[in-house]
Design a protein around this ligand. Structure first.
Ligand SMILES: Cc1ncc(COP(=O)(O)O)c(C=O)c1O
Length: 383
């Protein structure tokens, strides 16, 4: 982050803060589009970051919305209803009825046979994606999908739009992805041959990988090139929509935290920051074994031969953000953690020790800085 912008943010709003740069976000979506096959569409899984959905409404083709809370956020922000897919394993009849009665959202995924039961007698026309399980609590079995497809003519208000599949995130192995996609391709072929069913849509969420840690990078251009070749070679000829969270939004985010104390205990240097693991979540990070991309401000020319452990403000020895960082750290330094646009704000153990939730700040494309949620306390309750 450039110094003047950082200075403005610190002077005005202090730390800890999440900062989302909308220009970076939009450029990132253009990059992903450019590197995927031309028939590919993009669905943003809003669980990754619910603060920027309105900014990218025109840039993405769909939003995957997984809970009543996420749905309310979309409603509040007036998100285009035709772009919403209601997904997720916990959908009650009341919630679905509420959506159908109070909006024009008619697009849902099916995660269990009991969810399908809710739609069987729907009074309004709905479109469904059947989620194929990859062998966990999500989705339904192949045989159950076949059963639904066999009986599809009995459900006059249901359009079976296609298949959804998500088997995990951060796979960098093209070999693994090829195997997965080829298996799905065979499944589409089987559905055509056995039931004369052609899925109009295939929503695939592999959760594209991103580079979080220093020294552990993969070649993203090469990854997308090889991945796109696999997609281009599929026999399946319908629409393909990629369900992506992290890869869209991680790079636009920085998390800013301040060094509020320094000490040396038994020859180990510790910098205590006003944030911590309650705000900062990196996929694949465990006990700070890896070093995320970060900057120290003010930057120093002469890097000293020092090693610092950066720790948060929680009362647990697990609250380590970085171990043995080879930088010089001083009191009041600002540490800017990069690639924090995804899941930090939604996955952090934010209630731990009743510390404040960070500010949420947006840098708009014209470089104006907006506070979109003020740092607020977690200890207020009506008790
Ligand atoms: C069904 C589904 N789709 C998409 C995603 C997005 O994954 P990622 O944020 O890694 O891209 C997730 C993440 O948990 C998911 O559960």
């Amino acid at each position: 982050m450039n110094e003047p912008i950082l200075k403005q943010i610190i002077d005005k709003y202090d730390t800890p803060s999440y900062v989302y740069d909308i220009e970076i976000l939009k450029n990132r979506i253009s990059y992903i589009r450019k590197h995927l096959p031309s028939r590919a569409k993009i669905c943003y899984a809003i669980k990754a970051n619910t603060f920027i959905i309105k900014d990218i409404e025109r840039e993405v083709d769909r939003f995957e919305v997984c809970s009543p809370g996420e749905y309310e956020i979309c409603k509040k922000q007036n998100v285009d209803e035709s772009k919403i897919l209601i997904s997720g394993i916990n959908k009650s009849k009341e919630e679905i009825d509420h959506v159908i009665e109070t909006s024009n959202v008619r697009f849902f995924s099916i995660e269990s046979m009991s969810q399908f039961e809710i739609f069987k007698n729907s009074s309004k026309k709905v479109e469904l994606l059947l989620r194929l399980t990859s062998g966990n609590q999500f989705g339904i079995n192949k045989e159950e999908i076949e059963e639904i497809i066999t009986n599809r003519d009995n459900y006059s208000n249901i359009k079976l739009k296609g298949i959804q599949y998500f088997s995990g995130t951060q796979k960098t192995s093209i070999k693994v992805l090829r195997k997965e996609l080829e298996k799905l391709d065979s499944f589409f072929k089987e559905l055509k041959q056995k039931y004369n069913y052609e899925a109009e849509e295939f929503e695939f969420g592999t959760g594209f990988p991103i580079n979080y840690f220093q020294g552990r990078d993969f070649d993203e251009n090469e990854f997308f090139k090889e991945f796109s070749e696999i997609v281009d070679n599929l026999e399946y000829g319908g629409n393909i929509i990629f369900e992506i969270g992290r890869s869209i939004v991680a790079s636009c985010g920085t998390y800013i935290t301040k060094v509020i104390d320094i000490k040396t205990n038994k020859n180990q240097k510790y910098a205590i920051v006003d944030g911590g693991i309650n705000h900062l979540v990196y996929y694949g990070q465990s006990m700070a074994m890896k070093v995320p991309y970060l900057e120290i401000h003010p930057s120093r020319e002469n890097k000293e031969d020092e090693r610092w452990n950066i720790c948060g403000s929680l009362c647990t020895i697990n609250d380590i953000l970085v171990k043995q960082l080879p930088e010089k750290i001083e009191l009041n330094d600002i540490i800017v953690f990069k690639n924090t646009g995804a899941y930090c704000s939604t996955e952090g153990i934010s209630l731990f020790l009743s510390r404040d939730l960070p500010n949420v700040i947006k840098i708009d494309e014209d470089k104006s800085i907006k506070l979109i949620r003020e740092k607020n306390s977690t200890f207020q309750f009506n008790g």
